[in-house]
Design a protein around this ligand. Sequence first.
Ligand SMILES: [Zn+2]
Length: 324
Amino acid sequence: MFDILSILPGKKKQTSSGWTSFNAICCTHFGHRQDKRMRGGIKFDGTNWSMHCFNCGFKCNFVLGRTISAKTRSLLVWSGIDEQQVKRWSLESLQQKDLIDFTQPKKQKIKIKFNEHKLPEGEIVDRDNPLHKVYVEYLLSRKIDSNDYPFLITPTEKGRMANRVIVPYTYKNKIVGHTSRFLDNKIPKYINEQQPGYVFNIDIQKPEWAVCIVTEGIFDALSIDGVALMHNDISSDQALLLSTLNKQLILVPDRDKTGLSLCDKALELGYSVSLPNWDVDVKDVNDAVVKYGKLPTLLSILQCATNSKIKIEMQRKKIGKAGN
Ligand SMILES: [Zn+2]
């Protein structure tokens, strides 16, 4: 009905995860400083969109078939749209409601809910900012493009906190948690704020993808566009959430004892398991992507995916031996 990306003023930066960042226009209306760090994020599917400001916390959305909310109206007005025009769009949108209800058969919906979560104040990692170089290079060393995910950093904080990359967790485009990955490699490497049953990177799984690669770690998931369990178990709530994807699920565990014990659980749940013939020094998906590249890693995962318990047992023995 209207193209929000062309309505919002200023330059925009698209990321492959589907977020577009721009200088948010909400903050000054709430007593915050003007955003000059592209901290506004918007996800737009051509019709519906949702916007989140990583600076002042403002958020709003548009869903065809519903009226335009007061917050969304504010955003449009701040962008220079006339109030009357917003009213007309709101009415037009509502008129589409019956059409949408008719064309989209109602699916049996499983209710999954995560509480909203407040992120630490930080800056979006910017490749073009020389002060961000160390963070950009860390991500690159793990074969992850800093533009591909709305990573945050807090370089002005003291001590370890300056030396971390924050990875926001989203569910249905809402912020529901985050992890901090510290770059100094001291223990703990990660500090997580995470809700039970959450599976990382579930939002970027595209409807047209036939498979979903299930990994253990955040960077495994980011480097192969898969999801991460973030521990070496598949909880029943996580299994429920993954089942809503309606895809072939392929578990690629870490090459250690606990990782390999995950295989049984995955088979019980009807997932495929893949243990490709990677070199001994490759301990997880991210190692493989760093060593072989994303596409060869993906191909090896798909080629080795199996539901056969016997095949997996053989692979597991082989890896166990090589590791000794
Ligand atoms: Zn704002």
